[in-house]
Design a protein around this ligand. Structure first.
Ligand SMILES: O=C1O[C@H](COP(=O)(O)O)[C@@H](O)[C@H](O)[C@H]1O
Length: 233
C-alpha cells in the first residue's frame, strides 16, 4: 500500500493526472485497452478537472462505475449523468464508451443487466479493472458498501444490488469486493478535514471498515490524501 499526502485538493488533482496517465498508457500499451471504474461523490469533481489534462489514447478507454445510484440519468444523483454533463464536453470520449446501468428498472434488474454488460465488455466474467478510482464517505463506506451491511460479506456476486443504502438514494448497484480486489490498481482520492477521523481509524488503528477491506489480491493500492484528511496520521 502506498500513501501519498499532498497539500490540497489542487495538488491531489495534479497527482491524479500523473497516476491516471501512467496507468492508462501502460494498460493500453500492454493489453490494448484501459478499463477504469469511476466513483461518485467528491471523486466526480476531481476527475472532471483532472481527466481533460490526461495525455492518453481516449479511443481505448472503457469506463464503468464502481457504484451507481438507481435513479434517472437526468437526476443530480446519477453518477453517470454528472460525468455526462461535466466531463464529456471536455474530453474525446464517446458516450458509448461508458458502461451504464439500465434505466427504468429496479436495483436487482439493474445489477443483473450491469453484470451482463461488464461480461460483454471484458469478454469474460472476471472483470479485471486496470484502475478503480475510489472515494470514501465519512462513515468509511466505499462504492455502495456501507458499515455493518450484509453486502460486505457477499462472496458469490461480482456486482450486487442494494435497496437500503443508509446514504440516499437507497437503491444502488455496486461492485463487490471480489471485483474490487481483483483490480490491478485501486486508488482512493480523499480530501478534507471531515474525512480525517475515518482516515485515522482505517490507516492507523486499522478498524474493519468497508474502505479498509479494499486490498487488491495482486494489484496495487494507493491512498492519495490532502493534508486536512491526513492530519491525524
Ligand atoms: O454515495 C457515494 O459516496 C461515496 C463517497 O462520497 P464522498 O462524496 O464522501 O466522496 C462515493 O465514493 C460513492 O461512489 C458514492 O456513490
Amino acid at each position: 500500500m502506498t500513501t501519498i499526502i499532498v497539500n490540497d485538493e489542487q495538488d491531489l488533482i495534479n497527482k491524479l493526472v500523473s497516476y491516471i496517465e501512467k496507468i492508462s498508457n501502460d494498460s493500453i500499451q500492454n493489453r490494448g485497452k484501459f478499463y477504469i471504474g469511476l466513483s461518485g461523490g467528491s471523486v466526480v469533481k476531481y476527475l472532471c478537472e483532472c481527466l481533460p489534462r490526461v495525455d492518453t489514447d481516449w479511443s481505448q478507454w472503457v469506463l464503468a462505475f464502481c457504484d451507481e445510484r438507481v435513479v434517472p440519468e437526468q437526476s443530480e444523483d446519477s453518477t453517470f449523468g454528472t460525468y455526462k454533463r461535466e466531463l464529456l464536453p471536455k474530453v474525446s470520449l464517446k458516450e458509448s464508451q461508458f458502461i451504464t446501468i439500465k434505466q427504468g428498472v429496479g436495483a436487482a434488474d439493474a445489477a443483473k443487466d450491469y453484470a451482463e454488460k461488464l461480461t460483454a465488455a471484458f469478454n469474460n466474467s472476471d472483470y479485471v479493472f486496470d484502475l478503480l478510482l475510489l472515494g470514501m464517505g465519512p462513515d468509511g463506506h466505499t462504492c455502495s458498501l456501507f458499515p455493518g451491511h450484509p453486502l460486505l460479506e457477499e462472496a458469490s456476486l461480482k456486482v450486487a444490488a442494494i435497496t437500503d443504502s443508509p446514504k440516499p438514494p437507497p437503491e444502488r448497484v455496486t461492485l463487490t469486493y471480489s471485483t474490487i480486489n481483483n483490480a490491478r490498481n485501486c486508488l482512493f482520492a480523499i480530501c478534507g478535514a471531515g474525512k480525517a477521523d475515518m482516515i485515522k481509524r482505517i490507516l492507523v488503528t486499522k478498524e474493519d471498515l468497508p474502505a479498509a477491506r479494499v486490498k487488491p489480491h495482486s494489484g496495487s493500492l494507493y491512498w492519495i490524501l490532502d493534508e486536512q484528511a491526513a492530519q491525524h496520521l
